[in-house]
Design a protein around this ligand. Structure first.
Ligand code: CA
Length: 447
């Protein structure tokens, strides 16, 4: 394709996206004179339904305000949001990733919610996870402090789940949630549960099968290593403790054979195997609860196994709900954000739909004690939020290109074609170059 054609095509695609989004221009008055807010979001089927119900209740409680919902597929959300920003066509209220906070504030996309939150009688910031609110604070230099440019839609602690029924059937002692497995113990129990149950010579039940992009963090951090140094300007994957964790991760498949091999992964992916009850361990996020309630076996949560630090680790995801700086109805827009993120009424509906943990501390206490809903050890989600969960490394930097490339290039390590030690050595300079670029971009955007 020639450059010119490529450009023309890009323009057409952009125009199409802008046209598709024309319906969500911010804050229009509808024909009956009510104030109309547009809310752009994403989520699975259960989540969409939950949000529709909450919005309906909000409209009932706020006569004269109408909310138009624009829902997009998860993998298209970022593109659509970017197109709306480029096309100067932002919805009044929208989800955004905490990693985009600095860029969106510096370019004037997000409204500062601080004065609205301070004057509201309904919001008690002390009753919301501090970690969650801090994710959307920015003082112009550092994220994590300063004014508030969004509220956490939720926090997504990434826990480890296990198939309790499979353990009981195999006569293997159940995991102890208060005493996480060491890596050695984890391999041993996985080997006990990787089985050929129908005698055809091939396993049809596996220990585990992690997606590297979402599970490697637990192993790296628990081994005392990280992607970034404290200043968030140096890529530190060439630390031997990092390589050790990555090698262990790859060895689960190549050396210990406790995960489906490449061939088996092609017939059925690990999520499907877990869902069918053919896998002992699998990660579980709060967003899985509504689906996992119907699993054909009992499951529960435990911490990820521990590396050399002896402490478990994992990440906490989040999405913020922000308000466009150009909204015509800032009071109503912030009111809706608060209804979705901090009100008892709104939060209760979302939690009952089993798509998230409560944002409110006092509600979380009750929720943990509720044994009628799965999983039983909901406390693990709360422990991750309170004690040992972290933000993903890409959240700290102006963009995440340096971080993403680590996973784009990683397949040969997972396939056992190169060692983790060689990989981190060759990949570090590449990532550092991209991180340097992000640091430069950030400096420019502050001017
Ligand atoms: Ca078999």
């Amino acid at each position: 394709m020639t450059k010119k054609k490529g450009f023309a095509l890009t323009m057409v695609v952009l125009l199409l996206m802008v046209a598709a989004l024309a319906g969500c221009s911010g804050g229009s008055s509808s024909s009956d004179g009510s104030k109309e807010l547009t809310f752009m979001f994403r989520g699975g089927t259960d989540e969409q339904k939950a949000y529709k119900d909450v919005i309906k209740k909000f409209e009932e409680e706020h006569p004269g305000v109408k909310v138009k919902m624009v829902v997009t597929a998860a993998d298209q959300y970022a593109t659509k949001l970017r197109a709306a920003i480029t096309g100067n066509n932002l919805p009044d209220i929208f989800y955004y990733a905490p990693g985009d906070l600095k860029a969106y504030v510096n370019s004037g996309v997000l409204k500062d919610l601080t004065p609205y939150i301070e004057k509201s009688k309904d919001i008690n910031l002390d009753n919301i996870w501090k970690y969650g609110v801090d994710l959307y604070r920015y003082d112009g230099k550092m994220a994590g402090q300063g004014n508030i440019y969004g509220m956490p839609k939720d926090l997504g602690p990434f826990a480890l789940g296990y198939n309790k029924t499979m353990f009981e059937k195999a006569g293997v002692p159940l995991p102890d949630k208060d005493k996480p497995y060491t890596w050695e113990e984890f391999i041993k129990v996985n080997q006990e549960l990787t089985k050929d149950t129908n005698g055809d010579g091939k396993p049809d039940q596996y220990g585990t099968g992690f997606n590297v992009q979402w599970a490697l963090q637990a192993f790296v951090w628990s081994n005392g290593a990280d992607w970034l140094d404290e200043s968030k300007t140096k890529v530190t994957i060439d630390d031997p403790k990092f390589a050790e964790a990555l090698q262990f991760f790859a060895d689960m498949q190549n050396k210990y054979k406790i995960t489906p091999g490449i061939e088996q992964s092609q017939t059925l992916d690990t999520y499907q195997r877990w869902m069918k009850g053919e896998m002992a361990f699998f990660p579980v996020g709060p967003w899985d609860m509504s689906t996992f309630e119907k699993l054909p076996f009992e499951y529960d949560l435990l911490p990820f196994p521990t590396g050399s630090t002896g402490k478990p680790a994992t990440w906490i995801g989040s999405l913020g709900i922000g308000v466009s700086s150009k909204t015509k109805y800032p009071d109503e827009a912030v009111e809706l954000v608060n209804y979705l993120t901090t009100s008892k009424e709104g939060m209760k509906q979302l939690v009952d739909a089993k798509v998230q943990i409560p944002n409110l501390l006092d509600m979380a206490d009750e929720w943990v004690k509720d044994t009628k809903t799965k999983p039983n050890n909901k406390q693990e989600f709360i422990d991750i939020v309170k004690d040992y969960g972290r933000a993903l490394p890409g959240n700290y930097t102006y963009n995440a290109e340096w971080y993403d490339i680590f996973f784009t290039d990683i397949q040969p390590v997972l396939d056992g074609k190169i060692t983790a030690a060689d990989y981190v050595k060759q990949e570090q300079p590449k990532m550092q170059k991209l991180l340097d670029k992000a640091v430069e971009q950030e400096k420019k955007s502050q001017k």
